[in-house]
Write a protein that binds this ligand. Structure first.
Ligand code: AHG
Ligand code: MN
Ligand code: MN
Length: 340
């Protein structure tokens, strides 16, 4: 049995001294996030008894109703991370602007404190998504602009999944992955309160028969996306010549977790419902961290045409269409969009 602490110890031992301070800073921040994740797990286990269900009575900067647990999870992460000496600042789905933390900190942390908010009140899976970036203006108080770095700049990213068990998945950037472990999965042992290693080097098959999309928006999708899904629905009688199955968790973190465990494709496409929005999901604390995980596991992550991690961000709350998972399916989506 390898605990998260054991894993981090062996990781640091394998690390050359030139990059060790950055690596131990990243580890320290991940430890802070997982400590909060255990608190959120406890709250979710108590559920209605902990008074975490229902609306908080406010809206976030994106005009979405905040749930009580959105606010609680955000406050827990905000307090813990701003107290971490390596953290120069945080940005969250639930906060209009970046919050400065420690000026001597070398890292920026972005998070979706509670992904899948509509699942909270019905005891369905939710999660916390995080992305860790370097603070390139060390010694200066952070501004929103400091966070506007491409997904390829991420030092590490991951999520906590609050499902029937609590799990932690994370990956370091290629440059920081001294053990070459790729995407790593831990499970929280409820008896000891420790995360224990389940799997390293998670790999996503290039092909799949499983897809996730909210089909209630079908009439608003662009024609190439309608064509792609119609071809899947046609099964053995259509051009794809095989049957596909739908799975939709209604929390990106759950759908991405399923893809890391057994493959598939997840899509939240651009649609014409609200022309002011490029997509539903947020680039900086949903799409980029999930893209790092998916790519490091051998999958692909695009906006239907372009690689998500190559986006030059313009806003910390920017939205982006998302098509990620099994490489050959993501390429099929790209092909139909390029032909259109
Ligand atoms: P959040 O709860 O952080 O706002 O994110 C919810 C997102 C994502 O997790 C999920 O895939 C999607 O919204 C579900 O959207 P639908 O309303 O279309 O089900
Ligand atoms: Mn979310
Ligand atoms: Mn959220």
């Amino acid at each position: 049995m390898t605990t998260l602490n054991d894993y981090f110890q062996s990781y640091l031992t394998a690390t050359s001294s030139d990059s060790s301070s950055e690596k131990s800073a990243v580890i320290d921040v991940i430890n802070t996030i997982t400590t909060v994740g255990k608190e959120i797990t406890e709250l979710l286990r108590k559920g209605a008894l902990a008074d975490i269900h229902g609306e908080a009575g406010a809206e976030n900067v994106q005009g979405e109703q905040q749930k009580k647990l959105d606010v609680i999870a955000n406050d827990l992460l905000l307090d813990a991370l701003t107290a971490n000496k390596h953290c120069a600042g945080v940005a969250s789905e639930e906060l209009d602007d970046a919050t400065p933390a420690n000026e001597s900190g070398e890292l920026l942390v972005l998070f979706d404190p509670l992904d899948g908010s509509s699942n909270i009140d019905i005891n369905m899976p939710t999660g916390t998504i995080f992305s860790i970036l370097p603070h390139n203006n060390k010694g200066q108080a952070v501004t929103n602009a400091d966070f506007l770095q491409k997904g390829t700049e991420q030092l590490a990213a991951g999520y906590l999944l609050y499902g029937s068990s609590a799990m932690l998945a994370f990956t370091f950037s290629d440059a920081l992955d001294s053990n070459n472990d790729g995407v790593i999965l831990f499970s929280l042992n409820p008896t000891t309160g420790e995360f224990e290693l389940v799997k390293k080097n998670i790999s996503i098959d290039a092909d799949t028969k499983e897809y996730a999309i909210n089909a209630s928006n079908a009439r608003h999708w662009l024609p190439p996306m309608q064509q792609y899904i119609n071809e899947l629905l046609a099964g053995t009688t259509g051009p794809r010549g095989k049957n596909f199955n739908t799975r939709w968790v209604a929390a990106m973190v759950g759908d991405v977790h399923r893809i890391l465990c057994r493959g598939g494709i997840f899509i939240y496409p651009k649609d014409t419902k609200d022309p002011s929005k490029a997509g539903k999901l947020r680039l900086m604390y949903e799409a980029n961290p999930m893209s790092l995980l998916i790519e490091r596991a051998g999958g692909a992550s695009t906006d239907a045409i372009n690689r998500i991690m190559d986006y030059e961000p313009t806003d910390i709350h920017q939205r982006v269409p998302v098509v990620l998972g099994a490489k050959n399916e993501v390429e099929q989506v790209q092909k139909l969009h390029q032909q259109a």
